[in-house]
Ligand binder design. Structure first.
Ligand code: SAM
Length: 213
């Protein structure tokens, strides 16, 4: 927990949901233990997409397509989402969810490891949502920068790792130590590079919002 639970519960109690289909997809995913965006982060993501009015969106980490569908609800009519997922079992589920939502023509799912796909992507994006392997963000950043137009927004989720990234390395599980130290390096880099202006927000699991100067 990063923010007081009661405040989070209050904020989430004001949320109107995202329609029957998306609410059912989120509920099903959470019941099945599939990681999806936190409720309070959803609103931030939708608001940023609505404000930026992107023509192209890149998402890294599709899971079953929930956050891509959230973004599709608020993006401009002509906007297109490219989303990357490597876990075979989730890909047909995401494709089926895009079809059920009537969004299959506006969302392209690239199947495979972002490590291979990101360096091969051409063109540029107005908005990037990073929500995949947390330990890799720092390695993928140069590729993301290459894909960001001036004024593009980069949203990185789970950057505070439930608040654990500020704990002593001895207080966290061994397998998380590398992820946490890489995440600290990622946040330091975001805040210290000339190309980006970045705000780190203690919302949900921690979100970094950066824009390319
Ligand atoms: C937190 S989930 C994404 C949730 C989704 N954005 C949502 O909120 O609906 C992270 C996803 O990233 C995928 N992933 C992790 N590492 C990846 C990689 N190297 N390349 C592509 N996908 C990856 C995982 O399989 C998982 O489905």
């Amino acid at each position: 927990m990063i923010v007081n639970d009661r405040i989070t519960a209050y904020i989430n109690s004001l949320d109107m949901g995202n329609g029957e289909l998306l609410d059912a997809i989120a509920r099903g995913a959470r019941q099945d233990g599939i990681p999806v965006i936190k409720k309070e982060t959803e609103s931030l993501l939708k608001t940023l997409v609505a404000a930026r009015q992107p023509e192209t969106i890149l998402e890294v980490g599709t899971a079953v397509g929930y956050s891509a569908l959230l973004m599709s609800r608020v993006m401009p009519e002509h906007c297109h989402i490219t989303t990357i997922e490597k876990y075979e079992k989730r890909i047909p589920v995401a494709r089926e969810n895009f079809r059920r939502a009537g969004q299959e023509g506006r969302i392209t799912l690239l199947k495979g490891d972002a490590e291979q796909i990101l360096p091969s992507l051409r063109g540029s994006f107005d908005f990037i949502f990073m929500d995949a392997a947390k330990g890799q963000y720092i390695h993928w950043l140069p590729w993301l920068l290459r894909l960001m137009r001036p004024g593009a927004v980069l949203v990185s989720d789970n950057v505070l790792q439930e608040g654990d990234i500020i704990e002593s390395r001895y207080a966290v599980e061994r397998r998380n130590r590398t992820i946490h130290s890489r995440m600290r390096e990622y946040l330091y880099t975001l805040k210290h590079m000339d190309e980006l202006e970045t705000a780190i927000l203690p919302i949900g699991d921690g979100v970094a919002v950066s824009t390319r100067r």
